[in-house]
Design a protein around this ligand. Structure first.
Ligand code: ZN
Length: 293
């Protein structure tokens, strides 16, 4: 894949497939300029391939049909130029579901941008997902995940594409600044309202700790060049407990947390992350024996 940030989410899917741990339905961010479209299509091809390895084989009958653009078990719905994606299109899919897969393998539906689904159409999908047919996959790409019906989201797995931010980085800068306050023991950990926020915060956390380590070496190439952070970095360095070694360890711990999360389902990442940050803060600002705080 020509988008380096997609490699990691891609291998996550491949590993799930190898462990027969795939879900029936996934949703991800719709950002064609940053590779979401390529990810969707490559994933659909992979799921349909009869001899996949770390990618689709490109040679089986299924792959050839896919390449030719007429795989009978691949049902893409592109609502980019439509005002909505309605119930009629979902009914057509439901109709096809009553028949067996033409090629005897998987069947894949791709819908984007999924916020264009009417409520009726979303409910039709929900109904299918209540009793998902074997070897049937739904892949939805959505610009704003919160615009997707919550009941529908709860039946689907989120794929974090690790998309880089475009141009405006300030929201992440703010997030990094608030996290740094947590790490300095000055604020409670950020509240994560949605499950898909966990990995985003883990990314911020990792980059931030690397930045703190870099700034200790006076290396300028940092992810967060937010002026408000410079002063906090300086304060953090003044803490006698914060050594470069410790910062590197923290980054390593964070990477370990990411691995653990990737390979075990049902792990509450938000909770683990909050715990990890709190432990960090406690370690750095261990209580003063005089005051007990
Ligand atoms: Zn193939």
């Amino acid at each position: 894949m020509s988008f380096p940030w997609l490699r990691e989410p891609w291998m996550r899917m491949v590993n799930s497939a190898k462990q027969r741990g795939l879900s029936h339905a996934y949703y991800m961010r719709h950002a064609p300029d940053r590779g979401s479209e390529q990810f969707l299509v490559t994933l659909a091809n992979y799921l349909l391939c009869s001899k996949p390895t770390n990618s689709a084989c490109g040679q089986c009958k299924s792959c050839l049909l896919f390449k030719a653009g007429n795989h009978p078990d691949y049902w893409p719905v592109d609502g980019t130029d439509a005002s909505s994606i309605g119930i009629d299109q979902m009914r057509q899919i439901q109709q096809k579901l009553t028949q067996t897969a033409n090629q005897g393998g998987a069947r894949v539906v791709v819908i984007r941008p999924a916020e264009k689904l009417t409520e009726q159409a979303a409910n039709a999908i929900l109904k299918v997902l209540e009793e998902p047919p074997e070897e049937m996959f739904w892949l939805l790409a959505v610009e704003q995940p919160e615009h997707l019906l919550p009941t529908l989201r709860s039946r689907m797995q989120w794929i974090n594409l690790n998309l880089p931010d475009v141009a405006n980085n300030s929201e992440q800068d703010e997030q990094a600044a608030s996290l740094l306050r947590t790490l300095m023991g000055e604020a409670l950990p950020p509240v994560m309202k949605k499950k898909e926020e966990g990995l985003e915060w883990l990314n911020i956390s990792e980059k931030l700790l690397l930045d703190v380590a870099k700034s200790k070496h006076h290396i300028a190439s940092q992810t967060y060049n937010f002026p408000a952070l410079a002063e906090q970095y300086r304060q953090l360095h003044q803490q006698r407990r914060v050594s470069v070694q410790m910062l590197n360890q923290a980054v390593a711990d964070s990477r370990q947390l990411r691995q653990k999360y990737q390979y075990s389902k049902g792990l509450n990442l938000s909770l683990l992350l909050s715990f990890y940050w709190q432990q960090w803060a406690i370690h750095v600002f261990e209580s003063n024996p005089d005051t007990g705080f």
